[in-house]
Design a protein around this ligand. Structure first.
Ligand SMILES: [Zn+2]
Length: 234
């Protein structure tokens, strides 16, 4: 990567995608950019990179060259995954309407057909559509590195299976990975109806499709929360 001292203007990052979450940096958002490669990230991404990637930039791999910058624009939105954005509470979206809300903050409500954890990456997929492939249909995506936020609250992502959830977040349609909502903390999820779930710790929904998500973007191997079922770890 080339250094662009004196040339780079961080406001040029407005509208650019966070290379990790692949969602745009928004007007008024307080972002963090890498001084080495000048790519901008959501604050939540850098928080994650600091915790799980030794503070190294996911693009250029240089550690701890982060600079905070608030993008111009009138919005009060701090981060696309912000918990308390007014927009998040405004719209209740169900599965049949999600495609109308791609790129928007919404409150989504839906029944969880399956909770699946990738063997290769540890990433969790909370699936709202009853599809064979773990990567088909609308789902929540929780990187393994974030699962500590659940275990520290005594929560088990697996128990979302069979429940009806209400979730606040940004619906995005990733060109490679389809329609999804990246979730990094349990606070944005509430259980509307816990359904007839069967939290048998011996059973899980991993199946022959396990490796369909191999290469899911930039999911560093977290240390793995001890109480989670880290089936990919020996
Ligand atoms: Zn960088």
């Amino acid at each position: 990567m080339t250094l662009n001292w004196g040339v780079f203007h961080p406001e040029s990052l407005l509208g650019a995608n966070d290379p990790y979450q692949l969602s745009p940096l928004l007007p008024g958002e307080t972002i963090i950019y890498c001084e080495n490669c000048n790519l901008g990230f959501h604050a939540t991404t850098v928080e994650f990179l600091r915790a799980q990637n030794g503070g190294r930039c996911s693009a250029c791999n240089v550690p701890n060259r982060w600079r905070t910058y608030t993008l111009p624009g009138g919005s009060a939105v701090k981060t696309p995954e912000g918990v308390d954005t007014p927009a998040a509470a405004g719209t209740l979206v169900k599965l049949d309407r999600i495609w109308e809300h791609v790129g928007q903050f919404v409150t989504f409500e839906g029944y969880v057909h399956q909770v699946y954890q990738s063997r290769s990456s540890g990433t969790w997929f909370v699936k709202f559509e009853d599809t064979r492939s773990p990567l088909a249909g609308f789902r929540l995506v929780i990187y393994n590195g974030y699962t500590k936020a659940w275990t520290s609250e005594g929560l088990d992502i697996k128990t979302y299976e069979g429940a009806t959830l209400r979730v606040r977040g940004l619906i995005r349609n990733d060109p490679a990975w389809g329609i999804q909502m990246l979730i990094d903390r349990p606070e944005v999820i509430s259980i509307v109806d816990d359904g007839k779930r069967n939290p048998d710790p011996g059973s899980h929904s991993d199946n022959e499709d396990d490796d369909d998500d191999a290469g899911f973007p930039l999911d560093p191997d977290g240390d793995g929360p001890p109480s989670q079922r880290i089936i990919w770890k020996v």
